[in-house]
Design a protein around this ligand. Structure first.
Ligand code: BES
Ligand code: ZN
Length: 612
């Protein structure tokens, strides 16, 4: 089903001819690869713009309204949907007069959802779908007031990546099919609505009536929205933070470097193309660390430590403004292009802001985590380009695309030298800007720019494990910790003065299996680990506390599982609990109690783990 180059060129001409002047798609589209995670048939009909009109109903926990697709092609138009109720479909030639047309909603697949097929009568350029979401839509989390910081109003936010947008908008949900969009969102008058789109109403009082115009084309997984008692504070220049009133000060303090981050990234990789860069800090149940929604990164409040020690997450999401949002993985098998290049760029931004030592240390910690995870993965999941046919794309989300991917990028840098490599990355972001790219496209570009590169790209991308020639990342800051650890094992006093959180993490993860409860108590007493405000350190400490049945930390564990929904933290905790029979019973009881507070994505993945 792969579209041939000539067919794609033809398609591009049609697209260009039908573009409104605002659409930034100056360049011909790359050939669209087959995406096994979408029912879309872009060679028959392709959508370039969406016009959304939705009402947010907190009482019924549904979004209700319509979306108009601007379509090119003879049809039929096939859209992805998941748990949507479709009321009506209509087509139009001029965008004024709409005529009803009968649609076909296919059987629903557990992973992909159901295809919605709409015939296109001759000359149709617009298709309107009237619909409603389900209260259990996977992309949406409806929070009760108790689940927010302010506790006075409900809250809603979306999470589109990888294939969840189809559960709140019927659309061609493939990362290679980019769209611009307009949106009219209506909610209660005291609520504020934000989207990953230009936002003129940023500093105005909430009205409950919002409109957005996103005139830069983005893949569907980046369409995003949040609704609640949200406020905005300018940090400086192009940057600011949105969050509930109670968290504004903390967020502002943590992100004072935000504007410098954008500048640092720009100097390295070319101009920032998205105008503003703002961060939305979500309530604690947000299931992931950060999501790079364009112009508006969504982030977990667990990075607000007071000491900026976890801001690399923001560097990461900001880096996606180039790798991911500007140049996008064409299919979920190419996900490593998004995350590997971003993890590399994240390192470079951290290096400018906090120095090479810290950046290398963070990389070394990630590589240790990769090695640990790699040992548990089947060979087929150790490849950068992973076959996901018949699988949920979430199964490809391991540290392999992130850290093995970043190591490959670093290996290329080491092979050609930093100056040449930086020129290469800039050229890559410029050449493929506002397009989606396959792994093969990336390989070809590398070969074109570095014809004599002595590096086995095929081995890196299509073979399991990490090539023996991979760069060795060492960090003297972590070596220092190893020295202290050896002393600690011998019962000697250790020096931990001014250890940064990553050093603590390294220490905790390296503690021997035969650590005694007395030793744990003494570490806790000296360094107040159970009470730490750093979520990464706490997570590592709670894992140890479960493993060794360290009683004093159990109340904190239960409180953490009750308030925090970030999968990266809570999944390993449930997993650790489930390793013993009584622990498993406790995990099930705790999960039953907390489940309603978790995001549907987090809840279902933990449920699956406890059912094993
Ligand atoms: N794009 C990802 C989040 C994502 C990946 C969501 C796959 C759904 C499917 C984001 O950029 C990310 O990687 N977030 C990380 C933090 C980062 C610092 C490694 C996270 O959420 O932990
Ligand atoms: Zn990422």
């Amino acid at each position: 089903m792969r579209v041939s180059t000539t067919a794609a060129a033809g398609l591009a001409i049609i697209l260009l001819a039908s573009c409104s002047p605002k659409i930034q798609q100056e360049k011909p589209r790359l050939p669209l690869p087959k995406d096994v995670h979408s029912y879309a048939n872009p060679e028959q009909a392709v959508v370039s713009h969406l016009d959304l009109s939705l009402r947010v109903d907190f009482e019924r926990k549904v979004l209700n309204g319509s979306v108009i697709h601007s379509v090119t092609g003879k049809g039929p138009l096939v859209l992805d949907t998941k748990d949507l109720t479709i009321f009506k479909t209509e087509t139009s030639v001029d965008g004024q007069v709409y005529r009803p047309i009968e649609f076909k909603l296919g059987a629903s697949d557990k992973i992909l959802g159901a295809p919605l097929e709409i015939p296109l009568p001759e000359g149709s350029k617009f298709v309107r779908v009237s619909y409603e979401t389900s209260p259990t839509a996977v992309a949406l989390q409806w929070l009760t007031p108790e689940q927010t910081a302010g506790k006075s109003a409900p809250y809603l936010y979306t999470q589109g990546q990888p294939i969840y947008t189809r559960s709140w908008i019927p659309l061609q949900d493939s990362p290679a099919i980019r769209v611009t969009f307009k949106a009219k969102i209506q909610t209660q008058p005291n609520f504020f609505v934000v989207m990953g789109a230009p936002n003129d109403q940023r500093t105005a009082a909430p009205t409950g009536d919002y409109s957005f115009d996103m005139n830069q084309s983005i893949p569907p997984y980046l369409i995003s929205m949040a609704v609640g008692e949200i406020q905005f504070r300018l940090i400086g220049g192009r940057t600011g933070v949105y969050t509930e009133k109670l968290m504004l000060d903390a967020a502002n303090k943590e992100f004072v470097d935000l504007n410098s981050m954008v500048q640092a990234a720009e100097q390295l990789f070319g101009s920032y193309r998205w105008d503003r860069y703002d961060v939305l800090i979500l309530p604690p149940s947000f299931p992931i660390g950060g999501m790079e929604n364009p112009r508006l990164t969504f982030a977990t409040p667990t990075i607000l430590t007071g000491d900026k020690s976890l801001v690399s997450l923001i560097s990461h999401e900001l880096a996606h403004s180039w790798s991911g949002n500007l140049v996008t993985n064409a299919t979920w098998s190419d996900f490593w292009l998004n995350e590997g290049i971003t993890t590399y760029v994240e390192r470079r931004i951290q290096e400018v802001l906090f120095g090479r030592q810290r950046s290398e240390m963070e990389f070394a910690v990630e590589i240790a985590e990769l090695n640990q995870e790699m040992a548990t993965l089947p060979a087929k999941d150790q490849l950068l380009h992973i076959d996901l046919k018949g699988r949920d794309p979430e199964e490809g989300v391991t540290l392999v695309p992130y850290v093995k991917g970043a190591l490959l990028i670093r290996a290329i840098e080491d092979a050609v030298g930093r100056d040449r490599f930086d020129l290469f990355l800039r050229a890559y972001f410029d050449k493929f800007a506002f397009q989606s790219i396959t792994t093969e496209g990336f390989e070809n570009f590398v070969k074109e720019k570095f014809p004599d590169l002595k590096l086995d790209l095929k081995e890196w991308i299509y073979k399991p494990g990490i090539p023996a020639s991979a760069p060795k990342i060492s960090s003297y800051l972590l070596s220092e910790v190893d020295v202290e650890l050896e002393k600690w094992k011998k019962g000697q006093a250790i020096r931990v003065i001014e250890w940064v959180p990553q050093q603590w993490l390294h220490f905790l993860r390296a503690l021997p299996d035969n650590i005694t409860l007395d030793q744990m108590a003494s570490l806790d007493k000296q360094y107040r680990l159970t009470k730490t405000g750093n979520s990464e350190i706490l997570d590592a400490w709670l894992i140890l506390s479960i493993r060794h049945k360290y009683a004093p930390a159990q109340p904190r564990l239960e409180e953490f599982l009750q308030t925090v929904g970030r999968q990266k933290f809570i999944k390993p905790l449930y997993e650790e609990l489930a390793k013993t029979p009584d622990g498993k019973a406790r995990a099930k009881a705790l999960f039953a109690k907390n489940k309603a507070a978790y995001h549907p994505i987090a809840a279902s993945s933990i449920e699956a783990l406890l059912a094993k």
